[in-house]
Design a protein around this ligand. Structure first.
Ligand SMILES: Cc1cc2nc3c(=O)[nH]c(=O)nc-3n(C[C@H](O)[C@H](O)[C@H](O)COP(=O)(O)OP(=O)(O)OC[C@H]3O[C@@H](n4cnc5c(N)ncnc54)[C@H](O)[C@@H]3O)c2cc1C
Length: 228
């Protein structure tokens, strides 16, 4: 990778990867930059449809075209950070945790196999089926958190999970929450407006170019949950 690419691969930004050498799928697929090491960039992905299935079948050593780094990443304000992730929503946390004063990571997933590992970070895990950590939802881990002690809170996961977490955070501390959004995406650079996210106060934000990382209070959570 060229040096300029690596230096711009900040936590929270993403890549648009051309998963197929054929005519389907036409559009590239977005993936969070998980971490950067030397002159390489890692992504973590799950096969959920044809595009990611093709990617999963791609043989090692094959070249794929990509666009990026795209979008706006985390504002890395000072102080201790708390990271809260649901399933593969935590894919960007390894790189983020390495660049901040990360106090702890709370991870929730449906089962052990869906839990990510965040190298070097103190992690508390919870699974819906109890196969790793306690049995329950990530919101069950929030009761003892000292919210005022954090300068930054990163949150990523399914929309209902993120909404439930935000509702559990005292209003005063919500201004410190930055969420990483995922929306069905077309172009990846703000032209097609396919990845709209409802904006607090009306209108829409573009996940690809206004985000994907947003202050939590810039989102209209009721409307966003309604379209999921
Ligand atoms: C900024 C951003 C970063 C992302 N980072 C990662 C990552 O690090 N790892 C990872 O595994 N995935 C990530 N995703 C989601 C990933 O892009 C989709 O899973 C992928 O595009 C699906 O392509 P497909 O052709 O396999 O599935 P499709 O056939 O296009 O869709 C299969 C199913 O997945 C759903 N889906 C597709 N795209 C999205 C999406 N963006 N959000 C929610 N549901 C979707 C569809 O509604 C459908 O139910 C990210 C998405 C965005 C917008």
């Amino acid at each position: 990778m060229p040096l300029s690419f690596i230096s711009e691969a900040e936590p929270g930004r993403f890549l648009q990867l051309e998963v197929s050498q054929g005519s389907f799928p036409v559009t590239r697929r977005p993936f969070t930059i998980s971490s950067v090491a030397g002159n390489s960039v890692d992504i973590i992905f799950e096969a959920v449809g044809r595009g990611t299935e093709i990617l999963a079948e791609t043989k090692e050593g094959r070249s794929l075209r990509l666009l990026g780094p795209l979008g706006c990443g985390y504002r890395l304000n000072s102080g201790k950070w708390l990271l809260i992730g649901g399933g593969l929503g935590a894919a960007g946390f390894p790189g983020l945790a390495a660049g901040i004063d990360c106090d702890q990571v709370l991870l929730g997933a449906s089962s052990r196999g869906k839990l990510l590992t965040i190298p070097g970070a103190r992690t508390v895990a919870i699974t819906e089926d109890g196969s790793s950590g306690t049995k329950g939802l990530v919101t069950d881990l929030l009761g003892s958190i000292l919210w005022d002690s954090y300068g930054g809170i990163a949150l990523c996961g399914p929309v209902p999970m993120m909404k439930a977490v935000i509702e559990a955070i005292p209003v005063k501390a919500r201004a410190n929450v930055q969420i990483s959004a995922e929306a069905m995406m077309g172009c990846g650079w703000g032209a097609c407006e396919g990845c709209s996210v409802p904006k607090a106060g009306g209108g829409f934000l573009k996940c690809c170019s206004d985000g994907p990382v947003f202050p939590a209070d810039s989102i209209d959570w009721e409307r966003w949950e309604g379209i999921h």
